[in-house]
Ligand binder design. Sequence first.
Ligand code: C2E
Ligand code: CA
Ligand code: CA
Length: 702
Amino acid sequence: MGFDKQSEKDARIKNYLNVLEILSQSTDDYLFLWDMDKDENWFFGSVDAEYALRDKGRPTNTTAEMEAIVYPADRALLHEDLTEIASGKKQIHNMNYRWVNREGEAVWISCRGKVIADEDGSPFVMIGRVSDTALKYLYNPLTRLFNKTKMFSDMQEGTLLEDGGYFMLLDVDDLGDINLKHGRKYGDAVLKSLAAAMEEIVQSQKIYHIEHNSFAVYLDVETEREVCIVYGRLQQLMADKCTLSAGVVPNNNEMFKEKNYLYDCADQTLKKAKENGKNTIAFFSEKDMENKLSAMELLAELQESVKHNCEGFYLCYQPQVKAGSYKLYAAEALLRYNSKNRGRVFPDAFIPILEDSKLIIPVGKWVLERALQQCKSWRRVYPDFRISVNFSTVQLREKDITDKVLEILDKAELPGEALTIEITESIRMEEMQYYNNIFSRWRNAGIKISIDDFGTGYANMSYLRDLEVDEIKIDRMFVKGIEEATYNYHLVNNMIEFAKMNALRICCEGVEDVHELAVLEGLSPNLLQGYLFDKPCESREFEQFYIDKESGEYRKHLEFVQELYQYKEKMRVLYFDPKDILRTTDVGLWIIRVDLEKQHFELHADDTMERISGVDKKYTPQEFYQFWYERVKKEYVSYVMENVSRMIAADKVIQLQYPWIHPTLGEVTVRCSGRRVEDSDGMITIEGYHRIISTIEEAYKE
Ligand code: C2E
Ligand code: CA
Ligand code: CA
């Protein structure tokens, strides 16, 4: 290179530097010039205040020195880009990456630059700017990963997803519990180390911390197997801190033209993983795709209906009768939809769609108006007839819902007593105050509040004490087979006793046969509802069976009630006082606690359990466990232990039956049911009921 050329370049550079110096006065960004021949990076503004630049007493930094303050995970990408620029392949530099400041914190910067070529067309400087504030709203301050806003904008711009690869949502399971147990700081540290682990394994910038415990990542791999390997490694790295659930969708541009849609699907798939017990990975399937499409079609149809005054919707009514007399007390209004394309649709298919789309708000209003009209007309025959209407929490969160309901009630010219509002038990502690404000105003107007599906939620009973309600509806899952399952029996018994202590009305749902009825009545709830009495039916049919005293159907209904009375007479001894029977038929309560690491087992037994097991001395819990275990008939030990493992793994009641060697009676059959409850003293805890069915059968024979 000739001397002239070089000095001319130097002169140009000097000129640029002067201009940049002046411009830098009017911006918070750091302007820069990279002199490629000399490898000198000039920065303007007080960049050295926050970042370790210009520390060598020189006004410039080499590219290597500059790269030293780049966040390690981003170095390779930056280096690659700068190499391309230096070689003339690229003229524009436009990258988001992280610098590490003097405090050691990562800061996202947006860096843009343009290459200037010399007379021969080869690059010799790049001029640009670095901003460490432009991206502030786009990353999570804790993990310094990009956030959800950035993820969506990257999706929109097409920089996140190439065609192919997989999109994964990843959740830390039970972060709330982790925070509670070890403190918030520890929870934050878990999130940070997961972020680091993801960066280590994935080595890309397509990692997002989208909210609290949720992360998203795009994986540029070809098979599900490869995705599983990544997931497995993450699990391994985090094993001592937390478990992870993942929902994965193959990225297929054809399938997911609309990018939000891909996120939705991943979100649903993640839910699937959680429903499968967490700590697991789930993939989006063809079937999921079909369901999603079908839900979208249905949504479009429902939207049309709502526009046309809820055309296609109608209500069915299911009777609630008084326990003991089986006289009609009320009806629950249940929503149905008649679809043009698919005929009758049941709520399980459309309620979630209405809720997600908030259409439940106008539809819920329509239901309330409709149900009250119906109630009013039936009240002409049955003056204290009542109607129960379901409300979802989406409706309850609507502004002014309190007044709106009172207005509708007012317009219907009905007293508050005519209406019961059923809500599902998913109210969290923090929201209690909000709901109580609503409920107390409704209750002042005479409306009754009922907790639906009681027992299925995560809340325990004591929370009911703080909630302003009048009724609980015990879910059919506990009523089902109650005459067989002692666990359910005790549970329902406890619920009812608790409700009575708190002066709550109790309605048992899902009563399907007379055996269930018989056992339930022994526990004396107030109301009964279920297929035994009637399925939900359309208003005309309901009228014939329950309201119109002249109709043949009404007589049939009366006859049926007579039959129930007779049955009850006949079975009194066996069923209708089961409390006493059970007391004398020896149902034992046990709690097993396990420390798997130490292989430590305890069995805590109540008095009945001790007595029916035939022990002749006081055992410690460890000894009792040993005593019980050794007496399980040998061939059944593995079956019993498998079921104990199932109890530990599943969030539901497990029942089993096995031969057991009783110290005095010899071989007996034990029936037992149990479920996992909250850990105690750091040990896995399961509890349940135990009875020797051979002796129960004896009891019935007498
Ligand atoms: P839910 O409130 O628990 O309603 C009771 C459900 O159990 C009804 O299902 C009913 O048909 C069914 N059922 C009643 N007796 C028996 C029985 O003996 N055995 C069995 N196996 N099932 C019985 P349905 O009508 O399909 O409603 C499902 C859910 O949809 C309801 O559960 C409720 O949560 C929701 N839902 C229905 N209508 C409305 C509505 O107007 N608004 C809102 N927000 N939700 C509604
Ligand atoms: Ca209900
Ligand atoms: Ca229910």
